[in-house]
Design a protein around this ligand. Structure first.
Ligand SMILES: C[S@@+](CC[C@H](N)C(=O)[O-])C[C@H]1O[C@@H](n2cnc3c(N)ncnc32)[C@H](O)[C@@H]1O
Length: 285
C-alpha cells in the first residue's frame, strides 16, 4: 500500500531526472487531477493511503506525461478566455496568444455593429465560443468551419456544453468554399490558420508533435494567407474585416499579400513577447 507522499516523491524524482522544467507542478497536476483532490492534500496528509486502482491511474497518466504527451490531452481540458474547453488529440490546444484575437473581435464587432461572422478552422471552437459568451451586441449569423469532421465534432461538443449549439452553424468545408459556392457574404472573418513552416516544424518542443500536424503546418506557412488574399473579398463585404493570427516570422510577407487595392492593414496585434501575432485587415470598396 503506497502513501500519497511517497508517490509524490517517486514521480517528482522521475520528472527531475528527465529534465522537465517544472517537475513540482507536473507532479502536483498528475496526482491532483487524477484523484480529483486539492493539492493541499498532498502536503497536509502525506500519509494518506492510496488504493491499487488509484495508483494505477496515476501511473498511467504519469507514463503519458513522461513521454511528453501534453497534459491538456491527458485530462482533456484547456482553459481559454476564462472558459474550459474539452480538447483531445484531434484538435490544436488553444494558445493564450489567440485570446488577443478574440479581444480584438469583440471590440470590432461591438464598435462596428457587426452581426455576421465566421470562424474559419475552428478547432475546439475556442474562438467562436469565447466571442459568443462575451459579446454584448446581437448577432444574426455565426458560422464555424473546419476541414475535418473529427475536429468539428469536438467544436460541437464544446458548443453544446455552453448551450450555444443553436447559435452557431457548423460547416464542414475547405477554407471559404462553402461561402463562395453559396454566395454568402459576411462582415467579419476570423481565423487562426495553420502557419508553421515545414522548416520550423522540424525544431519544436516534443509536446507539439502530439498535436495534429494539419492544424499547424503548411509548406511555407503562407498557403492560407495567399488564399484569403485571393478570395477574402468574395466573402467579406466591403468595409468588413478579416482578423488573422499570423506567424511573426512571416509578418512582412503576409502584410505584402494584403497591401493592394482590395485590402488595407487596419491594425497589427502584438503578443505578450511584443511579436506581431495577428493582423486586422479591412476590405476596401
Ligand atoms: C491553428 S488550428 C486553430 C484552431 C483554433 N481555431 C484555435 O485557434 O485554437 C487550425 C485549424 O484549421 C483547420 N484546417 C486545416 N486546414 C483547413 C482547411 N483547408 N479548411 C478549413 N480548416 C482547416 C484545422 O483542422 C485546425 O482545426
Amino acid at each position: 500500500m503506497y502513501r500519497i507522499g511517497e508517490v509524490y516523491q517517486k514521480i517528482y524524482n522521475e520528472f527531475l531526472k528527465n529534465n522537465f522544467d517544472s517537475a513540482r507542478i507536473e507532479t502536483e497536476v498528475i496526482i491532483t487531477k487524477t484523484l480529483g483532490i486539492d493539492k493541499s492534500v498532498i502536503y497536509s496528509f502525506p500519509e494518506k493511503k492510496l488504493s491499487v486502482k488509484q495508483i494505477e491511474k496515476i501511473l498511467k497518466n504519469f507514463s503519458l506525461r513522461i513521454a511528453h504527451f501534453p497534459m491538456e490531452y491527458i485530462f482533456c481540458e484547456k482553459e481559454f478566455f476564462g472558459l474550459k474547453f474539452y480538447v483531445d488529440h484531434n484538435v490544436l490546444i488553444p494558445r493564450p496568444e489567440t485570446e488577443l484575437l478574440v479581444e480584438e473581435a469583440l471590440s470590432l464587432i461591438e464598435r462596428n455593429g457587426i452581426t455576421s461572422f465566421a470562424d474559419i478552422g475552428t478547432g475546439s471552437g475556442n474562438i467562436v465560443i469565447s466571442i459568443l459568451k462575451n459579446i454584448k451586441t446581437k448577432l444574426k449569423e455565426v458560422f464555424a468551419t473546419d476541414l475535418y469532421e473529427n475536429v468539428l465534432k469536438v467544436a460541437i461538443k464544446n458548443a453544446k456544453n455552453y448551450g450555444l449549439l443553436e447559435k452557431i452553424k457548423f460547416i464542414l468545408t475547405d477554407k471559404l468554399k462553402y461561402f463562395i459556392d453559396n454566395k454568402i457574404k459576411l462582415e467579419l472573418i476570423i481565423s487562426n490558420p495553420p502557419y508553421v513552416t515545414l522548416k520550423e516544424y522540424k525544431n519544436l518542443q516534443k509536446e507539439i508533435y502530439y498535436e495534429p500536424s494539419y492544424a499547424l503546418v503548411t509548406l511555407d506557412g503562407l498557403k492560407f494567407y495567399r488564399y484569403f488574399s485571393a478570395n477574402g473579398k468574395k466573402v467579406v463585404k466591403e468595409g468588413g474585416y478579416l482578423i488573422l493570427e499570423i506567424n511573426p516570422n512571416l509578418f512582412t510577407k503576409i502584410c505584402d499579400l494584403f497591401t493592394n487595392e482590395s485590402y488595407r492593414i487596419y491594425k497589427i496585434i502584438y503578443d505578450y513577447q511584443k511579436l506581431p501575432r495577428g493582423i486586422v485587415i479591412e476590405v476596401l470598396k
